[in-house]
Design a protein around this ligand. Structure first.
Ligand code: B12
Ligand code: SF4
Length: 562
């Protein structure tokens, strides 16, 4: 058996020599590539791997060696690890942009090339150039563009903007999981599809990633998952925008329009989904997948059955609002409300797919009674987990555009920053809500939201829900995970009480380390993958090797199979 590769990724170098493992002569320095996932909060253990980090690692030209990967949700970057001439790639989404810019400025001060990518940099490249002192920004997908950026930096002449665009599903790179420390994460993340045909008003996915589903070759997905199982990962989040990209309505409309090309296209997408699930069903039975999809999938029992057989045991479903007015406000009136909603969500469970219901508070149609009605609906619909997020206008969304226009006349300022650039406001003073509500104050919405989290995640309610697990150990895992989820989101995210936040962070850190143990599995280096008939473009196929020997069993392991 080959020796395990111990990733340099999270053992951050403390001094020059360690920083430069490839250093050849005293005083000389061969440039290194660093990829940084910025975060203000480090928990030592993370729930899900930030996939971009390992995909960009795969896109890094071999000529510059393996990149150093730093996930600040585990631990903060050590500035001394950056040397003049190094290349530092930083990913920013809106929530971590400010921290990302601080890392970029630090790296530039130390003489490194600084490059940004990710959804926020794609939408605000000028901001990354100015506030983050970037040499370059990649807009869109980095799989193909990153190699050119690195080569240009090495040559000392990077361009300011690179158009990464929206590459085809067949071009998505497989991640370099060999550079990950499996001890640090509970779930790995694998993407099977990008883009979403819907157009919800609070979501930017359909605008940045497009409405055309870009589906990865199922063989590549399966190969990557096998590599992860060999390493000892059996919990895998399918980091997809929408796992149910073709609905019955889409097919019916195409048929009614006599658009046979469209019918064929949709059918092919759907068939490939089913093929993927058929292959997943052949993997070791201890594997557990989790995905995100619309509740329309409740219409299609055979699809849900295929998910269950494929061990896709849960899905985040965007319920958003429980009233027709609320759904209309977010351009999601194709979602169900009232009794039909409860029934639709129960269908998932009846087919063996657990639901993490996602609800939004702070919609203009919300009233005090909406909070109670929502949590009662979540309980009635039998969702296994729930998240209650406060309305946030994310850039690139319809909501953001509307709000920015309203604010243009007389912009509200917080600490000298216009509120429509809220991510630039230091986190300590950043408001929790930005868009004014017609009848409730932000504090009222926040307090009511917090109460809803507290009510959904009482010990008694969690205990009752945990009955879906067959063993006591699994039940304990379920309880831990529920409490962790609540603390990470409601305790540290929504709360403005700094003592409560501090306590929540400490608690989350401890619980995360306990939960991690429950997710560990025995590596299966011997696991054989299918031999595909058609030769696939294998842009990167690193050698994956098992790491250590660990016991399996975790909360989802035990969710019913049927
Ligand atoms: C899976 C996922 C999650 C998972 C896992 C997160 C994780 N640890 O990775 C969970 C469920 C935990 C999650 C949580 C949240 N998420 Co989320 N998530 C996603 C999703 C669906 C896929 C992300 C992914 O892994 N993609 C696969 C990788 C390979 O793609 P990528 O990250 O886009 O990277 C590519 C390019 O962007 C580029 N690139 C990225 N970084 C860099 C860096 C450099 C240097 C370069 C050159 C290129 C580059 O190259 C990569 C390869 O092509 C995206 C939707 C999306 N389409 O992006 C939303 C998304 C990122 N999430 C979003 C949000 C809002 C959240 C939450 C705030 C939700 C909430 N209310 O709690 C939290 C925040 C969590 C946090 N603190 O980070 C928003 C972000 C919007 C914004 N403007 O910032 C998105 C875009 C969805 C949306 N509805 O709009 N999320
Ligand atoms: S919220 Fe979900 S369904 Fe709506 S556009 Fe975004 S990814 Fe698609």
């Amino acid at each position: 058996m080959p020796l395990p590769i111990i990733a340099p990724a999270f053992r951050q170098p403390r001094n020059r020599c360690e920083a430069n493992r490839t250093c050849t002569a005293k005083g000389s320095h061969r440039l290194r590539v660093h990829l940084v996932n910025p975060s203000d909060n480090s928990f030592g253990t993370a729930v899900i791997t930030p996939r971009w980090l390992f995909v960009l690692a795969a896109a890094t030209p071999r000529s510059v060696g393996d990149p150093i990967l730093i996930d600040e949700s585990l631990e903060q970057i050590v500035p001394e690890s950056i040397e003049p001439g190094d290349i530092v790639g930083i990913s920013v989404h809106t929530g971590n942009a400010l921290r990302g810019y601080a890392v970029g400025r630090m790296a530039r001060d130390r003489g490194a090339w600084v490059v940004y990518g990710g959804i926020h940099a794609t939408l605000f490249p000028d901001e990354a150039l100015e506030s983050g002192q970037a040499h370059a920004v990649v807009k869109g997908d980095g799989d193909l563009a990153w190699g050119k950026v690195v080569t240009d930096c090495v040559a000392g002449k990077p361009e300011k903007i690179y158009e990464g665009g929206r590459i085809e599903g067949s071009e998505f790179l497989s991640a370099r999981w060999d550079l990950m420390d499996p001890q640090k994460y509970m779930w790995a993340s694998v993407q099977t599809i990008r883009g979403c045909p819907k157009h919800c008003s609070f979501c930017s996915v359909w605008r940045t990633d497009g409405q055309k589903p870009r589906q990865r070759k199922f063989q590549n997905v399966v190969d990557e998952i096998i590599a992860l199982r060999r390493l000892g990962f059996r919990f895998i989040a399918l980091a997809d925008d929408n796992f149910y990209p073709v609905t019955f309505t889409d097919l019916r409309l195409a048929r009614e329009q006599g658009n046979t090309a469209r019918v064929d296209e949709l059918t092919a997408i759907r068939n490939e989904r089913l093929q993927l699930m058929e292959e997943l069903a052949k993997l070791p039975r201890d594997m557990v997948f989790f995905t995100q999809m619309t509740m329309e999938a409740g219409e299609d029992g055979s699809y849900l059955d295929a998910m269950r057989k494929a061990n896709i045991k849960g899905a985040l479903v965007g319920v958003e609002a429980v009233t027709p007015e609320g759904l209309k406000a977010v351009y999601k009136d194709w979602n169900y409300s009232g009794e039909a909603l409860a029934k639709q969500l129960q269908t998932f469970k009846q087919h063996g797919v657990h639901v993490l219901g996602s609800f939004i508070f702070g919609l203009p149609t919300d009233r005090p009674a909406t909070f109670t009605a929502t949590v009662e609906m979540a309980i009635k619909a039998g969702v296994t987990f729930a998240q209650f997020v406060m309305m946030t206008p994310f850039p690139g969304t319809v909501d953001f555009g509307r709000w920015e226009k309203e604010q243009a006349v007389n912009p509200m300022m917080v600490g000298g920053v216009p509120i429509t650039r809220y991510w630039m406001i230091p986190t300590e003073v950043r408001p929790k809500m930005f868009t004014p509500h017609p009848t409730m104050s932000s504090d009222e919405i926040r307090e009511r939201t917090q109460k809803v989290w507290d009510r959904f995640y009482t010990w008694g309610a969690i205990w009752e829900r945990s009955a879906c697990t067959p063993t006591l150990r699994a039940r304990l895992g379920f309880i831990f995970l529920s409490k962790l989820y609540r603390q990470m989101y409601a305790g540290t995210g929504i709360s403005t009480d700094s003592a409560r936040r501090k306590k929540s962070k400490r608690w989350a850190r401890w619980t995360a380390s306990q939960c991690k143990k429950l997710f560990q599995a025995r590596p299966m280096p011997e696991l054989e993958g299918p031999k595909w008939e058609i030769g696939l473009p294998r842009l990167v196929q690193p050698a994956f090797e098992g790491v250590g020997g660990r016991e399996i069993n975790g909360p989802f392991a035990v969710l019913p199979d049927n």
